[in-house]
Design a protein. Structure first.
Length: 222
């Protein structure tokens, strides 16, 4: 019995010794070095591109980047920015989070699309793991808000608050939480609660962060 127990322990030691580094990262603390290596590889991939019109649709790299620890694990997230100034003032973003195995990506935007159209913003609360998206239709006043929790495993969508004002058959107001129609009172109660945490003094608009060029970020990650 004792011999079999010793043999089993030795076998386990051998297995642990040959565990790939990625598994160790996923199971324990994620290193900044591993994250930077993953971000560098991501920046070289087609996923770090956006399709835009240049006499024909072309895929081009996001031009600006920054690093910011959003979830508080001491490993910064990578944020990519592409500023569209051809007829709109829309900023497109890709927020990248490394979970120890892969890079998780969330797309969002901010800015003004045009008269009567989209107006929106995206904010993060550094080290608190909070990400907030907001948009409003300047034509109707309808709003759409998404609240995320950024964890070590990626992006978790917590709440979607959707307020719709329609004038199809007279004015109608619809309030939804996570696609379920609710009363105005319930909607406003949750909205007020979320605003206290997601719109704190520590929250930052993605537009206000300091970015560097793609070339400089690649050099920094290497």
């Amino acid at each position: 019995m004792k011999k079999r127990l010793i043999a089993a322990i030795l076998a386990l030691v051998v297995v642990i010794g040959f565990m790939p580094q990625g598994s160790a990262e996923a199971a324990g603390k994620i290193s900044k070095k591993a994250a930077y290596k993953a971000y560098y590889k991501w920046m070289k991939s087609d996923d770090a591109k956006i399709e835009r019109w240049y006499g024909g649709y072309q895929k081009v790299y996001y031009k600006k980047y920054t690093l910011l620890d959003i979830n508080g694990d001491k490993v910064p997230e990578l944020i990519a920015l592409y500023e569209d100034r051809d007829g709109t003032w829309i900023n497109s973003y890709k927020i990248c989070q490394f979970d120890g195995t892969k890079v998780n990506v969330l797309e969002t935007q901010s800015g003004v699309a045009g008269a009567g159209g989209y107006r929106g913003d995206a904010t993060v609360t550094p080290k608190k793991g909070r990400l907030y998206e907001y948009s409003i239709s300047s034509g109707t006043g309808s709003t759409y808000e998404v609240y995320y929790k950024v964890t070590k495993k990626g992006f978790q969508k917590k709440y979607i608050l959707d307020f719709t004002r329609s004038y199809m058959n007279g004015e109608t107001l619809t309030y939804k939480i996570n696609d379920n129609t609710v009363s105005k009172k319930k909607f406003n109660s949750l909205h007020k609660k979320l605003e206290r945490t997601y719109k704190s003094k520590k929250s930052k608009s993605l537009e206000d962060l300091k970015y560097i060029s793609r070339k400089k970020m690649l050099k920094k990650l290497k």
